[in-house]
Ligand binder design. Structure first.
Ligand code: SF4
Length: 673
């Protein structure tokens, strides 16, 4: 057989077939891949261009570069698309693009996403290891770029030529038909998609893609109407057809039963989607839906939700609502009139949810700090008081499916706040140095849970520190010592925050060292006890404070107890170690009952109910003082185990197997020795 002559490729066509590897860069904040990524792959497949996704957030730190090398070798991409959507991924994007470019010149690096589009030319100017930026919708520009179209003809593209950096302004906006003809949930595009499914199932679920853009303008949001104009050139949102979302769900069913929806430009659209789903027998009761709501729920929505989605199992579905701030007026400014609801309406809405779904869903309420509508320390204190009081009210009214989260606000790139309050907002340097400052704690000594790059200038450093200390202490109490938190709020109401503030001002604010890193709970307890006992009126509202703090000090040593290997060795004449036993005036662990009693009887006529707490290795056992005297207190008299069992049998106190189990646990915990 003769040798065939090699064909010369036509001009402007790439020598090898193009392939795009989209990479979600490692990030400590996000494991989720922006929703549009799967759609890009499907779009390119329809144009006969191979594309894959590598999510480096899925792997351990020490595996990342090994995985990258492995998949680069396997896929042999001509282009790499680095997803630069949220600003939190900035460090990962820069490190990775530098790393890839230092190893191979031939692979072209493209950056896209909100943040890439927002910084645009400046990003390309600062990062010479990035070849292209796509500003706005990426589907057609990627197709053209990968097919070798002359860069000056590729819409939405920012690129370099010998004259410098050039920008083709966004002129391509995907149309509804194209958006509806591509799938956004073909997980096979993603390497190791089983890891991703596991990971999203442990969190909110697989995000279902409905559309792009928003009609609202929340001030902090980088996905708002105004922000979309800045980073994507998009003036109007666009939504997929309901049929296309349903066909995606049918595909998704093969991979996961847990989904997340958070796209509510139009509640009617969502209800129409639910109605259409209700007609699809194979999809009804196939998914657990976690739902991020942009506004309060209505009856029809809740009825449809109940009819279509899987009810609660061990992993409860959740609804998210973001009131953001406690004071209604601030919320109205932040969210605008159309999305505004008052706190009273929110509480009524929680009742509506409960009346339709019982406690089958958890509701997460997101509040955040710092907003530009909360400008003084007193405003902040009002917020803090309102939010923690609300949390206490839920607990004391037995509402256990509503959870409050009070985090730092991520001031998104391109948001109104970013644009208004940041010096040089369009400079990448501004973002990078803010991130570096935050990470090196140059700005804050307190722990932060988001990239909060905005702090109102009307708050002094000391104001911020004081707010952070207040929140930290209240959070700590609520989380680890709910007895004290709820008793304080029950007895002192808002004065609880005054009390904590007084302690912070007198003892902590000027104390050298990092308060957050060296926080000493026992010291705080001691100060709470001391402050309350020194103030007659406060003390009269919580006269059992000494007894309560004694119990909590024992409880804190229970938390700090070093782990010891289990030993079931029994001595025949055991002794009782009182260090693990606390006798108190009330059953503080049975909080619901105790708070109701407190409310009913009033603090002045509250009868003591002597309670014994036994600090076992893994739990705190409580019993009435009478039961304690009739049972294990007898070991103080030096009785043997056999005498004990005989005594219990004669007195008909529980049964033998109960006591054998109890004795074993007491030995294992060192209470008997
Ligand atoms: S937070 Fe507000 S502006 Fe942002 S996507 Fe949601 S509704 Fe739109």
């Amino acid at each position: 057989m003769g040798r065939k002559d090699k064909k010369t490729p036509p001009e402007n066509k790439p020598l090898i077939s193009p392939g795009l590897l989209l990479i979600n860069c490692p990030s400590e904040y996000f494991v989720h891949i922006p929703m549009g990524t799967f759609g890009i792959c499907d779009y390119l497949r329809q144009k006969n261009i191979k594309a894959k996704i590598l999510n480096l957030s899925l792997y351990n730190r020490d595996e990342i570069y090994k995985k990258l090398g492995y998949y680069l070798e396997l896929f042999q991409p001509t282009h790499i698309g680095l997803i630069f959507h949220w600003q939190e991924t900035a460090g990962g994007v820069i490190r990775l693009s530098e790393y890839i470019k230092s190893r191979t010149e031939s692979i072209k690096i493209i950056c896209g996403g909100f943040t890439a589009g927002y910084f645009g030319e400046n990003l390309l100017e600062k990062c010479n290891f990035i070849d292209f930026i796509i500003k706005g919708d990426p589907e057609k520009p990627l197709e053209m770029l990968l097919k070798g179209t002359d860069v000056c003809k590729v819409p939405n593209l920012i690129y370099r030529n010998p004259e410098g950096i050039k920008s083709n302004n966004p002129s391509y906006f995907i149309d509804r038909k194209t958006l509806s003809n591509i799938s956004f949930c073909d997980l096979t595009f993603l390497y190791d998609y089983d890891l991703y499914i596991k990971s999203v199932e442990n969190r909110m679920g697989f995000p279902v893609f409905i559309g792009r853009g928003c009609i609202f303008s929340c001030r902090y949001c980088g996905g708002s109407r105004k922000a979309f104009r800045l980073h994507s050139g998009r003036a109007k949102p666009i939504a997929r057809s309901i049929e296309s979302v349903i066909s995606d769900l049918r595909r998704l069913k093969e991979f996961t039963g847990k989904i997340y929806l958070c796209y509510e430009n139009d509640r009617t659209y969502i209800k129409n989607l639910f109605r259409a789903l209700k007609r699809e027998n194979d999809l009804v009761k196939s998914f657990q839906l976690n739902y991020g709501a942009w506004r309060l729920f209505d009856k029809k929505f809740l009825e449809l939700y109940r009819d279509i989605f899987l009810p609660s199992n061990s992993d409860k579905p959740f609804f998210e609502l973001s009131p953001e701030v406690f004071v209604d007026k601030s919320r109205e400014k932040i969210k605008g009139r159309k999305l505004f609801y008052s706190m009273r309406e929110l509480e009524e809405n929680l009742n509506l949810i409960r009346s339709h779904l019982g406690e089958d869903v958890n509701v997460y309420l997101f509040f955040s700090r710092y907003h530009d509508t909360v400008t003084s320390y007193n405003d902040m204190k009002k917020e803090i008081t309102g939010i923690f009081r609300l949390s206490h009210n839920f607990f004391s009214n037995n509402v256990f499916n509503v959870n409050i989260s009070y985090d730092h606000l991520s001031t998104d790139i391109a948001s109104l706040c970013w644009e208004k309050y940041t010096d040089n907002p369009h400079e990448l340097d501004t973002l990078i140095s803010s991130i570096r400052k935050i990470k090196s704690h140059e700005l804050y000594s307190f722990p932060f849970n988001n990239l909060c790059v905005y702090l109102p200038r009307t708050l002094s450093e000391e104001d911020v520190l004081r707010c952070e200390m207040l929140i930290f202490v209240l959070n700590y109490l609520e989380r680890f010592f709910p007895e004290l938190f709820h008793i304080l709020f029950s007895c002192l109401e808002e004065k609880t925050v005054d009390l904590v503030e007084e302690i912070i001002n007198s003892a902590y604010i000027n104390k050298p060292g990092n308060f957050f890193a060296t926080f000493d709970f026992c010291d705080l307890l001691e100060r709470i006890r001391h402050t309350l006992t020194m103030q007659k009126t406060l003390f009269s509202q919580i006269p059992f404070i000494e007894d309560l703090t004694n119990f909590l000090i024992k409880k804190s040593s229970f938390y700090e107890r070093p782990w010891t290997p289990a030993s079931f060795y029994h001595t025949s004449h055991p002794k009782l170690d009182n260090a693990f036993i606390s006798v108190n005036e009330h059953d503080y662990l049975n909080m619901g009952i105790f708070l109701r009693k407190l409310k009913k009887e009033g603090v002045k006529t509250l009868n003591a109910e002597m309670t014994v707490f036994i600090f076992l290795i893994d739990e705190i056992l409580s019993m009435t003082y009478e039961t304690y005297c009739a049972t294990i207190k007898n070991f103080e008299k030096g009785i043997s185990l056999n005498e004990y069992y005989g005594m219990m049998d004669r007195k008909h106190i529980f049964n033998l197997s109960y006591h054998k189990d109890l004795i074993a646990r007491l030995f294992q915990s060192g209470v008997l020795y």
